[in-house]
Design a protein around this ligand. Structure first.
Ligand SMILES: *Cc1c(COP(=O)(O)O)cnc(C)c1O
Length: 391
């Protein structure tokens, strides 16, 4: 036993923390490049914007470099005002976060503790389980719609979620569209859920991908929250705005909730560069429109390719597509890695109930998608040959 293992301090950590299985980020491109000797690694594993950052955000960043010695504005005054104006809400209804991940954790910190629970769907965004567990609360994971569901295979079952709420429930988490499935809930379903949730239970509606959805009937949390005082809508600058590296997101909620979240955040939770860049990106309408168009075309490209090849996909309205294969997801992932294409195999909790063979692949540019489709096709061919040899 080495000294580290003998260190009893690690055993003194809260049991709920020791039980956490950590979030697994996408494999870094540099690591793959070195390991496999590939110069042009293609990473489609973290739902990043293939067009890069908003150019207006980059310009704003250049201007802020001379101010790196100054603490950020801890109140986020300018960005909050810009968001308020953009979305037609009051600045006091906004909570800024170090990524929307931070905002999700603020909700957990403010509302969850041992003895209470959070309700979310099977295949939901991994952070809900992590934040719930870190707060020492219980996760009530509601079975998703089945693989052969005619409406939304692997999607959240809103009716079952509202039935799962009990007197110990403090928070309901729902991503729309969801990651890692891409599935979504329609307006009527969402309203039924919101109507069924008791007023003293927080509903976190995570809209990280909502800007990609072009259907005008798609529910808009920012419009809905005026009717539901217990609704917390989260948005991010990491996806369509292309600012994942900077870590900035926000929540829109009733002011009373915003003021509670404000008490548990770090005083300077959003850095100065992120504040400036987000403000600029918000107004970069041309970039957002282009990102949305590239994504729609890419999704169509993937769906057509999958259809031609008989690949099963999960319905998606996000900037990624989840493809189900007939091999363990890890094996397909390894095969594509050898060609320098990084995708995200589903694993752990999110893979249960029929998704252990699924890969989540970010929609890229036309050329990137072509390369990934061809690579996936070759990977599946190789695995088929490998298994036939073994038979
Ligand atoms: C990517 C993502 C987020 C955003 O994370 P950030 O911390 O804002 O980068 C939030 N929710 C879901 C479901 C996501 O997929």
């Amino acid at each position: 036993m080495d000294r580290e293992e003998r260190l009893s301090a690690s055993k003194r950590a809260r049991a709920c923390v020791q039980a956490i299985s950590p979030y697994v980020p996408g494999k870094p491109a540099e690591e793959v490049a070195r390991e496999y000797g590939i110069s042009d690694v293609l990473k489609l594993a973290s739902n990043e914007n293939p067009l890069g950052p908003s150019p207006r955000a980059v310009e704003a960043l250049r201007d802020s470099l001379a101010e790196l010695h100054v603490y950020p504005d801890g109140s986020g005054y300018r960005l909050k005002r810009a968001i308020a104006e953009h979305y037609g809400v009051h600045p006091g209804q906004i909570t800024l976060g170090n990524g929307s991940n931070d905002v999700l954790e603020l909700v957990a910190r403010a509302y969850l503790e041992p003895g209470v629970n959070a309700v979310f769907s099977e295949h939901a965004f991994a952070v809900y389980a992590l934040a719930t567990q870190a707060a020492g609360a219980d996760a009530k994971v509601v079975p998703a719609r089945p693989a052969d569901d005619p409406v939304m295979p692997f999607g959240a079952d809103c009716a079952a979620m509202s039935e799962a709420i009990d007197e110990r429930t403090r928070v309901v988490f729902l991503a729309n569209p969801n990651n890692p499935t891409g599935t979504w809930v329609e307006a009527a379903e969402l309203r039924e859920l919101l109507d069924a949730v008791p007023e003293d239970v927080i509903v976190v509606l995570d809209e990280a991908y909502t800007e990609y959805v072009e259907d005008p009937s798609f529910p808009d949390g920012v419009e809905l929250f005026a009717h539901y005082p217990n609704l917390v809508v989260t948005r991010t600058f990491s996806k369509i705005f292309g600012l994942a590296a900077l870590r900035v997101g926000f929540a829109v909620s009733a002011q009373t909730i915003a003021s509670l979240l404000d008490r548990v955040r770090h005083p300077f939770n959003v850095n100065a560069l992120a504040l400036r860049a987000a403000e600029a990106a918000l107004e970069d309408a041309a970039f957002i429109t282009e990102s949305r168009t590239v994504n729609r075309e890419g999704l169509e490209q993937w769906q057509a390719a999958a259809h031609e090849r008989g690949w099963q996909t999960v319905p998606s309205r996000a900037n990624f597509i989840t493809v189900r294969t007939s091999f363990g997801a890890g094996r397909v992932f390894e095969q594509m890695l050898r060609e320098g294409v990084i995708v995200r195999p589903l694993g752990g909790q999110e893979a249960r109930g029929g998704l252990s063979t699924a890969l989540r692949i970010t929609i890229g540019t036309r050329e990137q998608n072509e390369r990934a489709i061809a690579s996936l096709e070759r990977a599946l061919d190789r695995l088929r040959a490998e298994d036939e040899r073994d038979d």
